[in-house]
Design a protein around this ligand. Structure first.
Ligand code: GPP
Ligand code: MG
Ligand code: MG
Ligand code: MG
Length: 347
């Protein structure tokens, strides 16, 4: 029987990884003040989230084995999980600067914290570099070392390509609703979110167990990508309809001129008058204009539209999971575990 990890158990691995990273920079004779800075970044940025991505590595390993993990298996799976959390921290620190965000995980964004500012860019790079240090330290002799390395690198590139499209589709100075489309939307969210948040943890679990094959990786991708797309649609929905107390952040998509799921839905169903409201108010750093868009979203009943989408996508995902061929080492439960974690989430 598989065993589900707890946040407490998962978090208990982190101090050892943090210490390894700090020992490493100390071996460069890094001055004390900089060691303390890096320590703080390692304690603020990767911690305080739900750790869904990170915990899904040990959970997936256990579900694939249909057995509880040995101490050593758990440590390695949790280390890969923490590497996905470091990747996420690298992305979030950077994304918050690019999106001019205010809060993250209920705190001011890292770049807005006392004395940090644009040093946050270098902190983001160091969070990324930490992944490869840990990979080398703990997986150098693993048969899948090169696959693990290439997987982190490719996933990073995919996310950056998605982020590039997200940013270029949301110019600050030129609001043009004709720039948006559901095709562009799907590309953006699959690349900026689905690969690193959903495909990566399962691919890591398969590699840790030396079970990955081109076929089962493709099978996993075919489910995890639409699942990850659904997750980012939830993120876009919550940006407007979620409570900051629940989501730990203040929505910025309307002011940031984002090609969000909500604005694409609004464009699809707006009357000419409503389209004019969108054109006059979307994508500007102005509270009254943002409020006008929020009011329009209510009028257009986007909450109900989202709930209908959610039911439809949930049904499609359940069918995809039901139809998985388990003969190449995959287990349906790996995917239901992800699905159950995010279905109807409010944070
Ligand atoms: C989520 O977008 C996407 C990311 C955090 C990936 C960022 C990628 C980089 C290469 C920096 P979002 O802006 O909607 O997330 P949030 O709502 O959490 O700010
Ligand atoms: Mg953002
Ligand atoms: Mg963003
Ligand atoms: Mg968002």
């Amino acid at each position: 029987m598989a065993q589900k990890t707890t946040l407490k158990e998962f978090e208990s691995v982190y101090p050892k990884l943090e210490e390894a990273l700090l020992d490493h920079v100390k071996s460069y004779n890094l001055p004390k003040e900089q060691v303390a800075w890096f320590k703080k970044s390692l304690e603020v940025n990767p911690l305080g989230g739900k750790c869904n991505r990170g915990m899904s590595v040990p959970d997936s390993v256990s579900l694939l084995l249909e057995a509880p993990l040995t101490e050593d298996q758990y440590f390695h799976a949790a280390t890969l999980g923490w590497m996905t959390e470091l990747l996420q921290a690298f992305f979030l620190v950077s994304d918050d600067i690019m999106d001019s965000s205010i809060t993250r995980r209920g705190q001011p964004c890292w770049y807005r914290q006392e004395g940090v500012g644009m040093v946050a860019i270098n902190d983001a790079f160091m969070l990324e570099a930490s992944i490869y240090y840990l990979l080398k330290k703990y997986f150098r002799s693993h048969p899948a070392y090169v696959d693990l390395f290439e997987l982190f690198q490719e996933t990073t590139f995919q996310t950056e390509v998605g982020q590039l499209t997200d940013l270029l589709t949301a110019p600050e100075d030129k609001v043009d609703l004709n720039n948006f489309s559901m095709e562009k939307y799907s590309f953006i969210v699959i690349y900026k979110t689905a690969y690193y948040s959903f495909y990566l943890p399962v691919a890591l679990a398969l590699h840790q167990l030396n079970l990955a094959t081109p076929k089962n990786l493709k099978q996993a991708e075919a489910i995890l990508i639409p699942l990850g797309e659904y997750f980012q649609i939830q993120d876009d929905y919550l940006d407007n309809f979620g409570l900051p107390e629940h989501i730990g952040k203040i929505g910025t998509d309307i002011k940031d001129n984002k090609c969000s799921w909500l604005v694409n839905q609004a464009i699809a169903i707006a009357t000419p008058e409503q389209r004019k409201v969108l054109e006059d108010n979307y994508g500007q750093k102005d509270d009254a204009k943002e409020a006008a868009i929020k009011k329009l979203y209510e009028e257009l009943k986007l909450k109900e539209r989202y709930e209908a989408f959610e039911e439809k996508r949930a049904g499609e995902l359940r069918t995809l999971i039901d139809n998985i061929d388990e003969s190449e080492g995959l287990k349906k439960t790996v995917f239901t575990a992800f699905f159950d974690k995010i279905y109807k989430r409010s944070k």
